[in-house]
Design a protein around this ligand. Structure first.
Ligand code: GMH
Ligand code: CA
Ligand code: CA
Length: 163
């Protein structure tokens, strides 16, 4: 019968393809909205590729910083490229205050990992760092010059989140 044409074979495949396309653009819109919403509590953001880095001037030690970003729906900034490092640095310069990164060597001394899980690839250590001064530096801060220093996790630092 004639009616069969529209629910079988190629025709149906095309309809599915169209729906998949529409679904993808809807998903893209939702993702963008979600990023905007989670970042809304933060001003002075800086977007590089798919990441959005944001701060609102609040500060805290490493644990507080991590919890703050997690509550906001993101996590602490963790630069994986020099352009991401530069985007974070811009925020640090605007507030003129160093910030913790989501990088530490708590598990194994000298082995720095993102979010306590994955060994870091990109690094931007300041000269002579990391030096684990006093045997007690397992967190990482970024200075205003963009360089990194391993540091005690108990200092007060600018909170910069990544969404
Ligand atoms: C030591 C020295 C300094 C260095 C600090 C820093 C602390 O005091 O090596 O030059 O800036 O450590 O690494 O985290
Ligand atoms: Ca250390
Ligand atoms: Ca150090």
């Amino acid at each position: 019968p004639k009616a069969e044409c529209c629910v079988t074979g190629k025709h149906l495949q095309n309809q599915i393809r169209n729906l998949q396309g529409q679904l993808k653009s809807l998903q893209d819109i939702i993702n963008k909205k979600h990023k905007g919403k989670t970042a809304k509590d933060f001003i002075n953001g800086s977007q590089i590729s798919e990441k959005l880095f944001a701060a609102n001037g609040s500060a805290g030690d490493y644990k507080t910083s991590k919890a703050t970003c997690s509550r906001a729906g993101g996590h602490l900034a963790s630069p994986r490229t020099s352009s991401e490092n530069g985007a974070i640095q811009q925020i640090i310069q605007r507030y003129n205050k160093a910030a913790y990164l989501d990088i530490n060597d708590m598990e194994t001394e000298g082995i720095f990992k993102y979010q306590s899980m994955e060994v870091i690839g990109y690094v931007n250590w300041a000269p002579g760092e990391p030096n684990d001064t006093g045997g007690g530096e397992d967190c990482v801060e970024m200075y205003t010059d963009g360089r990194w220093n391993d540091r005690s996790c108990e200092e007060e630092r600018l909170i910069i989140c990544e969404f």
